[in-house]
Design a protein around this ligand. Structure first.
Ligand code: SF4
Ligand code: SF4
Length: 199
């Protein structure tokens, strides 16, 4: 099983975007009520975000860009790809905007439009899901070393130092461990992919 892939996933839904305002499409495509139109640009989300410093744009800025129909800039942004789904922004948002779910919608659209190839975050995301498919869980040591070697070779000394600290304190394993009953998880993932293909 390949740990990283780059195929572009397109479903019939991509045609629904034609002629529509991007923000409306994102609202429709996000499960439940995204409340994206309720954003008051307060900035609480960006101030809460653990990945904020590395993002091209804060979530607040990204939503302003969505309103301005800056599709290219939104889809080129690394922001959705650096979202680690901690949901901190979502629980703190005074307007109950479903920020994390919107990030997933934007990632889906970026992949469908082949827009995520310029940043390394997609590689990181696919390496992560590759480990989950293979072992049923993430493998932090492999994830960090693969990503650093491929995209951030100058950061390797720092990664090694951090990794050694985590390894010696028993906070990280050197080898991946497969979960029990992984076949069940694989069936669920296979079904999810089947459903995704029909959307
Ligand atoms: S916290 Fe909510 S309302 Fe405030 S900028 Fe972020 S999304 Fe908009
Ligand atoms: S869910 Fe994503 S965007 Fe929101 S605070 Fe966490 S990392 Fe940042």
């Amino acid at each position: 099983m390949a740990v990283t892939t780059h195929e572009t996933r397109k479903g019939p839904w991509i045609d629904q975007l034609k002629g529509r305002a991007l923000i409306e499409w994102v609202e429709d495509r996000t499960p439940g009520d995204s409340r994206l139109e309720m954003c008051i640009q307060c900035g609480t989300c960006g101030g809460s975000c653990p990945s904020g410093q590395d993002m091209d744009h804060t979530p607040r800025q990204l939503f302003a860009m969505l309103r301005a129909e800056l599709e290219e800039e939104v889809l080129d942004s690394n922001t959705p790809w650096l979202c680690v789904s901690c949901y901190l922004c979502t629980v703190r948002c005074p307007q109950d905007v479903k920020i994390t779910d919107i990030m997933y919608t934007l990632k889906t659209l970026a992949v469908a439009k082949g827009k995520s190839h310029a940043n390394t975050a997609r590689d990181f995301s696919e390496t992560f899901t590759g480990y989950v498919e293979r072992y049923g869980r993430s493998f932090e040591f492999g994830l960090a070393t693969r990503h650093s070697l491929a995209h951030m070779p100058t950061s390797i000394p720092g990664v090694v130092e951090l990794g050694m600290g985590l390894l010696t304190k028993g906070r990280m394993d050197m080898t991946p461990h497969k979960i029990e009953k992984i076949d069940q998880l694989r069936k669920i993932m296979a079904r999810a992919k089947e459903l995704e293909a029909t959307l």
